[in-house]
Design a protein around this ligand. Structure first.
Ligand code: COA
Length: 589
């Protein structure tokens, strides 16, 4: 999920999580939420064609229409799959399964946020979107949970639901892991002073800097890590250490020094420290990337977090962080008990030659990935979400239209664009896709630099179309999860994959050269992530009242992309959109 990296919070307190967190009120709330709907087949087919129009060629579109006619004809495979899906309608599409099937390294899938230490309350207030209550489940999946590598597929374990939930965090310093109990024997959480004492004890007993970075194994491609994992936990001591990390409430990474950078690149450099740790020579081994939540504190006070995406989206993580930022700003009222604290327990690893080989391979691959990622964190300081609002426009739609304009100006074409839409109005809902490249946005961006065109009407239409797609997506009527569900259903029923899903246009539709996400936060921060395709961009943003924080990423090995250029093009596009609005009498909008 990058933020104005200026957010360097002093490391202090942690209010640990209560063990039993599933209250009756929470269950009643969850039960009252609707389950995810299955959209009508014909509606999805029609919307799919419309979504393809701005991104595929005319002859490709014609071919897809033929495939769709065949797919949805009476008695055809589409009908059969739709009816199977409807039978399962009470179950949600398991997006976490989709995440768990990814074999790419977790590192760039993960997200970042500046900050320091974690808190969660056991009965969180229910959140609302447009007056509708949201599913709160993701909040309860973030702590004490971990992704476990598998040979075929990964899984996620959540130890907070066990009869004896964990009472410790893991701390990693100089690649060495420690178990730190964060509760006193009387059940009260450690105070910030007690935590400082314990962290100092950890630091002084892990000064050795030539330790094997076992944690770097978690950066590997998932299939390699799945094999290396079995190898690692063959040893009983290793298995016990790994379990302690997996069970812990979260991981706190006390990082070694990062290279000094100029003020100009400080934000971007902090972002990559959170996202991948800077490579095997720096802090990439000072992590356990399978852990759902890792808080990271640099030697220079830079702080943030990294999270593993399978159990939750960015907004609950950011809400947690906002809560912590607010909490840590208040003075601590509790006095530290005068009882001696047990020494944090070091976790040992026996490194066999085979494990050593796996570590070396992971270091090599990680360094390639680190060298390849270009991350630019910028603050668009000219205006924030109040400007679009004052023109009666959705700020998110305004930013997405600016992104379309920026991309079009760089490439003279539109590309498949992903924006995450929350499905949390539904029980256990995760996300669907807002396809930001629409016919309306295409008409606008093509007209924008043509002095003879009436642009403002086209802009209003593009912004309105985006907001309509958003409304459709958050109410469970978008196309992507439905199409995925139909495809997975075919596989489950051992049917051959319908031609529709082998169509090059479907491949284009899923080749997101712009993968974007708004993660709003009260704290002045931004999340970041890598591109999802080799020749694409990752763009995350946090629109604040009077500025917008952006994190734009691309791969250095792709000659056609440049994070810096796109970041600049987005800034220009935002300014141009504002100018266009200012030149137009408000009554016309
Ligand atoms: N005129 C005036 N104000 C408007 C407006 C209009 N036409 N349209 C919207 N606004 C206001 C809203 O009321 C809101 O006000 P607030 O700042 O007081 O809350 C603000 O502008 C923002 O609205 P908008 O920009 O339209 O965005 P949104 O908050 O509705 O969010 C999504 C849109 C798509 C980001 C959101 O629905 C969503 O799904 N978020 C989750 C994304 C996610 O999961 N990301 C993480 C993936 S890891």
């Amino acid at each position: 999920m990058a933020k104005p990296c200026g957010l360097m919070k002093p490391c202090h307190l942690v209010k640990p999580v209560s063990a039993t967190r599933v209250s009756g009120r929470y269950l009643t709330h969850q039960k009252g939420l609707p389950s995810l709907p299955i959209p009508p087949l014909q509606q999805t087919c029609e919307r799919y064609i419309t979504a393809l129009e701005p991104i595929v060629e005319v002859d490709e579109l014609k071919h897809t229409k033929e495939l769709l006619d065949d797919f949805q004809k009476a008695g055809g495979v589409g009908e059969r799959l739709q009816s199977s899906l409807e039978k399962r309608a009470s179950k949600s599409f398991q997006l976490s399964d989709e995440y768990c099937e990814h074999i790419e390294p977790l590192v760039l899938q993960n997200q970042l946020k500046y900050f320091f230490t974690s808190v969660c309350s056991e009965t969180l207030p229910i959140e609302y979107l447009g007056g509708k209550p949201l599913c709160m489940n993701q909040y309860y999946e973030v702590l004490s949970s971990c992704r476990i590598p598998g040979l075929q597929k990964d899984s996620v374990v959540n130890h907070s639901k066990s009869s004896r939930p964990p009472k410790h965090i893991t701390v990693v310093h100089n690649f060495q892991f420690f178990v730190l109990d964060v509760y006193n024997s009387d059940g009260t959480p450690l105070t910030s002073d007690q935590l400082c004492v314990q962290l100092e004890r950890i630091c002084s007993s892990s000064e050795q800097t030539n330790m094997e970075p076992v944690g770097i194994l978690t950066t590997q491609h998932r299939d390699s890590w799945g094999k290396a994992y079995l190898n690692l936990i063959k040893d009983k001591i290793n298995k016990k250490s790994v379990l302690a990390i997996q069970r812990s409430i979260f991981t706190l990474c006390l990082d070694g020094a990062m290279p000094r950078v100029s003020d100009e690149t400080r934000r971007s450099s902090a972002a990559v420290q959170m996202l991948h740790g800077g490579g095997s020579q720096l802090n990439s081994g000072n992590r356990w990337f399978d852990k759902t939540l890792q808080f990271i504190v640099g030697e220079d006070g830079t702080c943030g977090a990294n999270y593993e995406h399978a159990p939750a989206e960015g907004p609950p993580i950011v809400a947690l962080i906002d809560h912590v930022v607010e909490y840590t700003g208040k003075p601590e009222m509790t006095r530290s008990p005068m009882v001696p604290l047990p020494m944090p327990q070091k976790l040992h690893f026996n490194i066999t030659p085979e494990i050593k080989k796996d570590i070396e391979e992971a270091k090599h691959n990680m360094n390639i990935l680190v060298d390849d990622l270009d991350m630019r964190v910028t603050v668009f300081g000219h205006f924030g979400k109040e400007v679009p609002k004052s023109h009666k426009m959705s700020p998110d739609a305004f930013i997405q239209v600016a992104l379309q304009l920026a991309y079009y100006r760089m490439y003279q074409r539109c590309c498949a664009t992903y924006e995450s839409a929350s499905l949390r109005m539904f029980r256990l809902g995760r996300t669907d896709t807002i396809r930001s490249a629409s016919n309306a946005s295409a008409a606008f961006v093509k007209a924008f630099d043509d002095p003879n065109k009436q642009k403002v009407d086209l802009m209003v239409k593009a912004v309105t179309a985006h907001r309509s797609y958003t409304n459709m997506a958050i109410s469970g009527q978008a196309i992507d999860r439905h199409l995925l569900g139909l495809k997975l259903q075919a596989l489950e029923e051992n049917l051959s994959v319908p031609e529709l899903f082998k169509d090059p246009a479907y491949g284009k539709a899923l080749h997101y050269q712009l993968s974007t996400s708004q993660v709003p936060a009260k704290a002045d921060c931004v999340m970041c992530f890598g591109p999802v395709v080799q020749n694409g961009y990752g763009v995350c943003y946090n629109p604040m009242k009077d500025h917008i924080n952006f994190a734009v990423s691309s791969f250095n090995t792709c000659k056609e992309t440049s994070a810096a250029q796109l970041a600049q093009a987005v800034e220009d596009a935002l300014l141009d959109l504002r100018t266009l609005l200012e030149q137009t009498p408000r009554a016309k909008l």
